[in-house]
Write a new protein. Structure first.
Length: 290
């Protein structure tokens, strides 16, 4: 049991670094993903994860695989896409989902073209799929800083975010914090996608945000419990994925996302609000009433 579960982390520094990065993402990115889910904006997270690609690609084109350049470029590109899609939705006949889809396609194509101009296939795979097993101390510090800032920001915006999830129009009418909550939340999404991007790449960065949150939503009714359970699922899924990658010689990023996906599927089947849980509740509720 030691050799199977503990030895890879105890004996190899790259496994400990990968686990540390995943833990930081679990504690910050997953609660942000939960609010995305509650606001019915989960697909927006996927769009935003691709929106950072052209900015990261420009940073790569100018400075190579520079952590700072790719992070700054990704943040700028993500914020620009978020603001541009919101402006288009408010200024034209297109709804926000349509404008986000358009910018998603443009961003993805532009990013791949920019990398292809100068890079190699290995570089393109690194940007698209990440390399969680190659996290260095500088990248870990960036991820940890993003996670710390996110936790403080969530604590400050907690009540406003909950109110906006329930009734954004009401919050807009009665409080001046509506705009701060909305745009602050978009900034948090972008920042956490940048952190996830360095570990899991642009194609799978949103996975650690949405999959544990969706599983927790099926298991719990109250928001604090959802946050705690989603973080727990993210930690467990990350550890399982890293161990699968180590023992079966699999790519670490996809292994982590598959492990998180397996947790979601189990919750979908067996959780109280899952498929069979909901059917059992409907089956026995008439008897409970009598």
């Amino acid at each position: 049991m030691y050799d199977l579960l503990i030895a890879p982390f105890a004996e190899f520094q790259f496994m400990r670094a990968a686990l540390a990065g995943c833990l930081a993402l679990a504690f910050a990115a997953t609660p942000v993903g939960l609010f995305l889910l509650l606001r019915r904006m989960s697909l927006m997270g996927d769009v935003m994860s691709h929106a950072v690609l052209p900015g990261a690609a420009i940073g790569y084109l100018l400075y190579g695989l520079s952590l700072g350049a790719m992070s700054v470029g990704g943040i700028v590109a993500g914020l620009l896409v978020a603001l541009a899609s919101g402006f288009v939705a408010r200024s034209s006949a297109l709804r926000e989902d349509a404008s986000l889809a358009a910018f998603y396609l443009l961003s993805m194509a532009a990013g791949v073209l920019i990398i292809s101009v100068r890079g190699r296939n290995v570089d393109l795979l690194h940007v698209l799929f990440g390399n969680v097993l190659a996290l260095d101390s500088t990248t870990l510090c960036v991820i940890a800083a993003i996670s710390t800032f996110t936790l403080f920001a969530l604590a400050l915006l907690w009540r406003a975010l909950i109110a906006e999830c329930h009734d954004s129009e009401f919050l807009r009418r009665v409080s001046r914090t509506s705009a701060l909550a909305h745009y602050g939340f978009l900034a948090l999404v972008t920042l956490n996608l940048i952190g996830s991007f360095h570990a899991l790449g642009t194609l799978m960065a949103v996975g650690i945000m949405i999959l544990p949150s969706a599983a927790a939503r099926l298991c719990c009714k109250h928001l604090p419990a959802m946050v705690a359970v989603s973080v727990l699922f993210a930690i467990v899924g990350s550890m399982i994925g890293l161990l699968l990658s180590f023992h079966a010689n699999l790519p670490a990023g996809p292994a982590i996302i598959c492990a998180l996906g397996a947790i979601y599927l189990l919750a979908l089947i067996a959780a109280p609000n899952g498929i069979f849980g909901a059917r059992l509740r409907r089956l026995f509720s008439p008897h409970l009433e009598h």
